[in-house]
Design a protein around this ligand. Structure first.
Ligand code: FAD
Ligand code: DLZ
Ligand code: SF4
Length: 514
């Protein structure tokens, strides 16, 4: 028999974990969990249709899992007639319904919602306890303690701290397995097409998910992407199945082919786990411990296990630390003063550049592209043409099922667009077509010639790369990691330099004309 409601616990769309800090030591008999599908969250950017469908389906299934675990869940569907369309509005209505004595929440994953939650106590006249999100390995205080007083922040050193903290891949004497912390140099092999390549699992939508798909098709018909072939896992159990499948069939070669790209092969040896980790269906530390166990059992080589674990306890934690440390204005930075709008083909994939058509086409189809496509194809191109980093951030936040501002913004603004001037990474990830040619089979399928720098068939990345360096020399010229390309530019004869700049200028003018 339920007693009166004492505690209201709002659970956001990316807080789908049974062990969430807000639920810890709450009493299911006197608490009610509030979950809300709201217009404001669904429209702050034009999310990919599959991203919205994934999240709503995962939320609805999670509500069921919470009920099965004994909680009362008050679940507000997007099409509920009284839906006020915002999280704050729904909390206000829930307070009217349940009259709780207090609210307990886990901190939100972005500044916009953190600010909104900070206003709740005054707005509602109810005490609000906001708990830290301890699904992350480093607390805010730990990241700040590590970062304070350092002249330069670098992922590699933070990562070593996280290895020490978790004990992952350490010997009994506390030294890194294999005698080194990082095996990245072994993880840069191009891949060949192969019939034994792993295939990800596909999860057929059940009735609850089909209902969500119909809702999204109706309400978000004009959003980017397609709902066709929706096959995401939407429960913790199915996410665990994809995790187990990855560990068995793909992880052993994850390291070798981490940076590889192949035409019409969107997933390669990647895990596809980021949407599940980010919304809470999978626990990142548990995942890393299982990867370590696979290494210790002799199933996975060290370069793969270390490479994977580094992405999670290194990069994922590091970008989050930077996002919160740098404050809400981080996303507005624009070190290179880049202003060009993102070309329209980012929303259609219709371009003759085969690498771009592949990365964008797969993104629109799957709400997924792997890291090197995001960084060295679409990100690199946006950087080279001088796209406005605010536009670029919006696109990435829209189109990927794993995109939340805390992880998207530092990756896009900091890592990919050098918009923070070198805070997150030491040099811009700018490259000519040669890198894409080395790591993929794309160029062989392209109407452009990756070896040509000027002329009608020249790969656009080539001239754009040099033009980018020259255009930004004042800001980048003293970067030691770019000393070599600047020297190479200076060694070119004046005619070659002029031809490259004219080639880039004509291409950019073509973009501006649409
Ligand atoms: P795998 O290749 O299998 O990697 C394993 C896991 O490592 C991922 O699931 C992810 O949790 C983690 N990881 C790897 N690299 C990073 C990274 N740089 N930052 C954070 N986590 C990382 N990742 C997101 O989760 N959300 C984003 O919005 C996002 N935007 C990105 C934008 C750009 C421009 C770039 C360059 C990278 C971005 N990433 C983002 C990081 C990375 O591309 C994705 O995490 C990865 O592609 C997800 O696919 P996967 O699960 O198959 O990854
Ligand atoms: C991304 C998203 C979407 C599309 N919809 C909802 C929603 O309806 N309700 C909700 O609680 N959360 C949603 N989210 C996630 C939030 O916008 C936000 O990105 C995270 O909660 C940040 O921690
Ligand atoms: Fe991309 Fe240039 Fe290669 Fe074409 S030739 S696929 S545009 S890198």
């Amino acid at each position: 028999m339920k007693r009166g409601i004492d505690t209201l616990i709002p659970v956001l769309g990316d807080q789908l974990s049974l062990g969430l800090s807000a639920l810890r030591d709450a009493d299911p008999d006197t608490s009610v969990i509030l979950m809300m599908e709201v217009e404001e969250e669904a429209t702050y950017v034009r999310h990919h249709k599959k991203k919205i469908a994934f999240l709503f389906a995962a939320m609805r299934h999670h509500a069921q899992a919470l009920r099965d675990a004994g909680w009362e869940v008050d679940y507000i569907r997007l099409d509920a007639p009284e839906n006020s369309d915002s999280l704050t509005g729904e909390v206000a209505r829930a307070i009217e319904r349940h009259r709780p004595a207090r609210i307990i929440a886990t901190e939100a994953g972005e500044w916009r919602l953190r600010h909104a939650m900070e206003l709740w106590p005054d707005k509602f006249g109810v005490p609000v306890e906001i708990r830290e999100d301890d699904r992350f390995i480093a607390s805010h205080a730990e990241f700040d303690a590590w970062a304070d007083g350092r002249k330069q922040l670098r992922m590699e050193f933070f990562y070593r701290e996280m290895r020490r903290k978790t004990g992952l891949l350490l010997t009994e004497r506390g030294e890194p397995e294999g005698g080194q912390w990082n095996f990245d140099k072994e993880n840069r092999k191009p891949a060949a097409r192969d019939l034994t390549m792993p295939q990800p699992l596909s999860f057929a939508p059940d009735a609850l998910t089909q209902e969500v798909i119909a809702l999204v098709a109706d309400r978000f018909a004009d959003n980017p992407g397609t709902l066709d072939g929706f096959d995401f896992a939407v429960t913790a159990q199915d996410a665990e199945r994809q995790r187990a499948h990855f560990l068995r069939y793909a992880l052993p070669q994850f390291g070798d082919y981490q940076d590889a790209m192949l035409t019409d092969v969107p997933f390669l040896w990647h895990s596809l786990l980021s949407p599940y980790i980010n919304c809470g269906l999978l626990d990142p530390l548990d995942l890393c411990r299982r990867v370590e166990a696979s290494y210790r059992a002799g199933h996975t080589p060290l370069n793969a296990a270390e490479g994977f674990i580094r992405q999670i306890i290194g990069w994922r934690e590091y970008v989050r630390g930077i996002y919160w440390r740098e404050g809400p204005d981080y996303t507005a930075r624009n070190f290179l003063q880049a202003k060009r709008p993102l070309p329209a083909f980012y929303w259609t994939g219709q371009t003759d550049m085969h690498c771009m058509a592949q990365a964008i086409g797969q993104t629109l189809q799957n709400a997924y592209a792997h890291h090197i496509q995001r960084l060295m194809v679409t990100g690199n191109f946006a950087l080279l043409i001088g796209a406005d980093p605010a536009d670029v951030q919006r696109w990435y936040l829209e189109v990927y099922a794993d995109a939340y501002e805390w992880v998207e913004a530092p990756n896009v603004l900091g890592m990919s667009q050098f918009g923070d001037g070198g805070l997150l990474g030491s040099k811009p990830y700018a490259s000519s077509g040669a890198y894409i040619d080395r790591m993929s089979d794309y160029c062989g399928h392209c109407r452009y010639d990756v070896k040509a720098r000027t002329g009608p068939k020249a790969c656009p990345f080539n001239a754009l790369y040099w033009d980018f360096l020259v255009r930004n020399r004042e800001k980048l010229g003293s970067n030691q990691r770019l000393a070599m390309p600047y020297r190479n530019w200076d060694r070119m004869d004046a005619d070659t330099q002029r031809a490259l700049q004219a080639q880039a200028k004509a291409f950019l003018a073509g973009l501006d004309e649409g």
